[in-house]
Ligand binder design. Sequence first.
Ligand code: SF4
Ligand code: SF4
Length: 368
Amino acid sequence: MKKVQNRNNEKPIQKYRLWVQAGFVLLCIWIGVEFHLFVESLQDGNPSTVGYRPPGVEGFLPISALMSLYYFFLTGEIHQAHPAGFVILTGIISVSFVFGKAFCSWMCPIGFLSELIGDFGDKVANKLFKKRIKMPKILDYPLRSLKYLLLAFFVYSIFFAMTAASLKYFLDSPYNLVADVKMYLFFADISRFALIVIAVLFGLSIVFRNFWCRYLCPYGALLGIFSLLSPNKIKRDPVSCIDCGLCNKACPSFIKVDRVQTVWSDECSTCMSCVDACPVKDTLQLRPLFGKSKINKKYVALGVVGVYLIIVTLGILTGNWQTNITKEQYIIHQKKIESLGHPRSTTDIENLNRQSEKGNTNAPSERR
Ligand code: SF4
Ligand code: SF4
């Protein structure tokens, strides 16, 4: 293949993206270790020896956060069981509004892992077949709709099936109060079935880049929808473009960047790989939808992290970060954690609505 001369002297941003990703992974590891110590300390049953609970753990409770967000829209109140979850979700959605689905390629630890696995898979495929492996189109489109179906289920279950009263009823329930501990126990004492599922997803992600993110992640689906509303898009100047196709090769989402002037895709994660790969100065840039000014790559890095940190700081400063669940409550609910279940169907949710209307104060899904 003819070698393309690089006439673009702008420094690539991928190194900074890697640092940001690594920073968020380290943050998640720290949260995991702290939370592990917290759960261990609950075993003694003594409130004075219960350890520190990192609020950031609520970033791993997306369904509870989505319920909290809807509850906020209906009542104007931020539910105080997992306020950090609400703030983190709001921060991530805000990033998507400004910079598209940048959370996936800059901050998400699963996205980072998926990228590393995908890079490995691409290297192997390039050696063996001289090209990356791509899901056949006939399967790609229906599979991509799976994550939207999962999202539609959650959106229907929360936004259409629940009232403000039933949301509060669920958010106040013992199940939701210790949902973080439940999630921890799921991974700490992982079942064989769950391990097999993870191993299969891992294997599929080697063969088909970003398998989980592209086909199954409902969080990515939600952010993909918000990203379409973002005023900043990857734009190509067809006049200076030399049709080298390097942008296509660099795109982890298989977007045909060289065929469009503006990338309108729910799969674009604003990773800037295509911009870095483009050999012609100012031909491919992140630009506002209206107007010609380009957004400097460094400002993308600062902006993605900055928007998120502004929202988190606002959450902390307004007192919506630390949970109001007491150590005593954690100890009590943790003892019967095995018996706490979550609603599994819309019938369960209708029951929740009925029970909340009756003012029933029992745990909604406590298995007897
Ligand atoms: S179009 Fe560019 S910014 Fe969007 S995912 Fe592909 S490489 Fe990344
Ligand atoms: S926009 Fe894509 S095809 Fe055009 S010059 Fe840049 S990398 Fe090459």
